[in-house]
Ligand binder design. Sequence first.
Ligand SMILES: [Zn+2]
Length: 470
Amino acid sequence: MAQQWRWSKREVCASLFFFVVFVGIGPLWSAETDWQKIEHEAGDLLSRYLQVDTTNPPGNEIAAARFWQEVLAKEGIESQVFESQPGRGVIYARLKGSGEKKALILLHHLDVVPAAKADWEVDPFAGVIKDGYVYGRGAIDCKGIAVAQFLALAALKRAGVSLKRDIILLGTADEEAGGQHGAGWFIEQHAEFIADAEFLLTEGGGIRVHDDGRRSYDVDIAEKAPCWIQLEASGPAGHGSRPLPETAVTRLVRALERIVRYETAIKVTPAVQAYFAALAAGETPERAARFRSLEKSLANPAFRKEFLANPSFNALVRNTISPTVLEGSNKTNVIPSHARAQLDCRLLPGEDPKKFVTLLEQVANDPNVKFSVLMNFSPIASEADTQLFRAIRAVAERHDPQAPVVPAVLGGFTDSHYFRGKGIVSYGFSGLPIAEEDWRRVHGVNERLALASLREGIQILSDLLLELNK
Ligand SMILES: [Zn+2]
């Protein structure tokens, strides 16, 4: 059973007092706010949400959309559930403001990537809470973020804050597979629901807690673009007992071998240079100097080796290629007539996908191996000189005066591009402080979110919403 937490009258009064004292922009939380209770409510909600299995494929996000509809209804917030395809759900809710300012969207996705239960310490869909963490597939990506967004919004509603702008809570299906049946579908079919939005916040960036404890507020203003490619080879079929010199499988393996050995060029884009220049503030003088002129520094073999050994850094300075899917025969003794592989390639902003595919065809050097593009879009960057960015900076200065606020480029991609395409300034900033060690578990095993991170994230996000109410 969920324990429902409500503020007492005294708590609401105390909060409103603070609210008035800070001319409507100060911290929403009073000294008397019971953080244990908030943590408990957040942990309980996340635990229950993680038990709604939305592994994509098939997704079944409609169950998550209905879960949120019920949670929102208990909070007195009306919502709408959309079904893009049977079983694929989108949840949409709007907290009304005066309309003085344009709307803000809090966006999360309802689906999660698969989890191999046998590799986990706990059941990935049981919502286990232990040692101060909530464990489960999606704890960080993106169910914990959804819980923080909801409770930040609920905090404003519970405190009776009068909003100057509408706040839209939007949960989408299918993000992990590209979003065509979620955000992409919603933007295509129901663009009028977000037509008045100016800003959007979603996953991607957040408060990065580095291994040495230092923090940075990473705000993703741009993303690399996916270019998912399929390679298909063909050749004579036959019996495995009579090997043939050239088959679909041998051709494909050779082409892949050439591609895997190929090293893409290093390019430092202006946005990436700005990101490392901002990160330099917290580095040793020697490393800071390297970061400030990254392109030149990468000519130094020792620094280059050390820098590229960090997979996240490596992904920011080049187009990347990850072979992921392999398909040949499903019988050991059958030589198949077709073999397929898929590559997850990610391109830097400004790259031409067509040119990249042509380059890979040349590298593979076998006209029998056919290339086709499965998914691709052109990335658009959001500008960093906005009220939303300044609001994040103001909140960071209050919570973490030492932490740099960094406009960043995300190595992966989120649903942001659909909204950037509609002219909405979209940032990847979850508001949750997350340790590097926990980041590394996302899409891996034993994904977890610290209850303390959840609590602080709710505080930071609600402060951010108030700051935007200025
Ligand atoms: Zn995600």
